[in-house]
Ligand binder design. Structure first.
Ligand SMILES: *[C@@H]1O[C@H](CO)[C@@H](O)[C@H](O)[C@H]1NC(C)=O
Ligand SMILES: *[C@@H]1O[C@H](CO)[C@@H](O)[C@H](O)[C@H]1NC(C)=O
Ligand SMILES: *[C@@H]1O[C@H](CO)[C@@H](O)[C@H](O)[C@H]1NC(C)=O
Length: 394
């Protein structure tokens, strides 16, 4: 009888799935709630330490793990730095509460960033109801030219996924993506007043294979800025406005060598923006911006709907100077209104912009009585079915 029981137990363990799981890396999700780590969520006490300790648990788990920031609470965070690498190849943050920054007067220490996530691969942030409020109004007027923190920085996070995140009123830029390969942002909502200084939506640099889709961005600066060292960047169904448009650059500042390649801005709209599809480079820089496509773009009251500015940052162009080379730029399927008469403005350096394509671009002035016009210098390329009439060099 006893040996029968022992055999049964033995057989149970041999065939049991739990036995198999235990012998490998756990596959069951571990959840760590910031409240269980001492977060108050009352909007008054600093929850930075509690969130950090919850993160350290999550990051130390071998299998998949989720950091939970629950709904219905306000988490005051003075500063947060979530670092990897984590043990698990997939780490999750489920974020449903509200994270608020201290005001400028209560800010302590470094002003470079507020929330920073570094060296975490395979991170997914799901923020169905979560909102991050940077309290920028306490900075914008008092600190117009001093350093204001970027709210959320990702550095060296490969395979990042961010869904359904809302952000508002960052003191500086809202989201910075630096040295991340393969990141996908969906359903992001970013708002800040039109006159708030340098409150870029996304600032991307030194990164490849980045997608921003189905998002609404309205701030006081670029909706998306694509800076040096970026390859294969896609913005799809981004509603931009107010703001300064979707910009490549500025590139080549301070005589630097910078490269941006393979950008596709598709099915986006610019409403009440100061720019639409913009490429800006500083005189004296080097490198190139090439294979840049803007297509299926809807404009409403956008100033400078299409602009290449190779004299960015200076008032009067110098004589011959080096320039970041701009080529293979396509504008296809634009329709809508320009708030300025100058709907298309191509200020290429004397070295020229090459392989510029206009195809089915139809822009009229917002004021029905005024004709829209084009100004164009040193741009080479081809034009089909475009109004106002663009004449490019062969
Ligand atoms: C410009 O570059 C020089 C030399 O690399 C450097 O010393 C200077 O700090 C830079 N200035 C700015 C504004 O970045
Ligand atoms: C241009 O960029 C797109 C991505 O936006 C890419 O799919 C395509 O292969 C690139 N074309 C060339 C000629 O490199
Ligand atoms: C653009 O996106 C809208 C939804 O925002 C969709 O209805 C439309 O079909 C898309 N157009 C193209 C050309 O992809």
């Amino acid at each position: 009888m006893q040996s029968l029981i022992i055999s049964c137990i033995l057989i149970y363990f041999l065939v049991s799935p739990t036995f198999c799981i235990r012998s490998n890396v756990p596959t069951e999700m571990t959840y760590v709630n910031v409240i269980d780590q001492g977060a108050c969520g009352d909007g008054k006490n600093d929850d930075s330490k509690a969130i950090l300790s919850a993160w350290q648990r999550v990051c130390g788990v071998e299998g998949p793990a989720t950091l939970l920031i629950p709904s219905g609470k306000v988490f005051l965070v003075t500063r947060l730095q979530l670092n990897g690498p984590c043990k698990s190849p997939s780490v999750f943050i489920k974020f449903a509460g509200r994270i608020v920054a201290p005001t400028m007067d209560n800010w302590v220490g470094d002003r470079g960033s507020w929330l920073m996530i570094s060296y975490v691969n395979g991170l997914t942030i799901d923020a169905q109801e979560g909102i991050i409020d940077g309290y920028g109004s306490s900075w914008w007027e008092k600190c117009t030219s001093c350093q204001r923190p970027t709210s959320l920085r990702f550095h060296a996070c490969n395979g990042l996924v961010v869904n359904s995140l809302s952000m508002k009123d960052s003191p500086g830029a809202h989201i910075s993506v630096n040295a991340c390969d393969g990141a996908k942002f969906s359903q992001i909502r970013i708002t800040a007043p039109e006159n708030s200084p340098n409150t870029d939506g996304f600032d991307i640099a030194m990164s490849k294979d980045i997608t921003i889709q189905d998002s609404t961005i309205g701030t006081g600066d670029d909706c998306v800025a694509i800076n040096g060292g970026c390859f294969n960047i896609k913005a799809t169904r981004v509603f931009c406005g107010p703001g300064h448009g979707i910009s490549i650059g500025s590139l080549g500042k301070n005589r630097s060598h910078e490269i941006v390649e393979d950008v596709h801005v598709h099915n986006c709209s610019f409403v009440g923006t100061t720019n639409g599809a913009r490429i800006k480079t500083w005189p004296g820089g080097s490198g190139y911006a090439r294979n840049i496509t803007f297509d299926q773009i809807i404009l409403r009251d956008a100033q400078n709907p299409i602009i290449i500015d190779q004299y960015y940052g200076i008032k009067t162009p110098n004589a011959e100077e080096e320039a970041v080379m701009v080529s293979e730029v396509t504008y296809r399927g634009f329709v809508g209104t320009s708030a300025s008469d100058n709907a298309i403005n191509l200020k290429c350096s004397t070295l020229g912009c090459f392989s510029v394509t206009f195809d089915n671009v139809q822009i009229v002035s917002s004021q029905p009585t005024k004709p829209a016009y084009v100004s164009c210098n040193n741009a080479h390329g081809t034009v089909t079915n475009t109004s106002p009439k663009v004449t490019l060099l062969k």
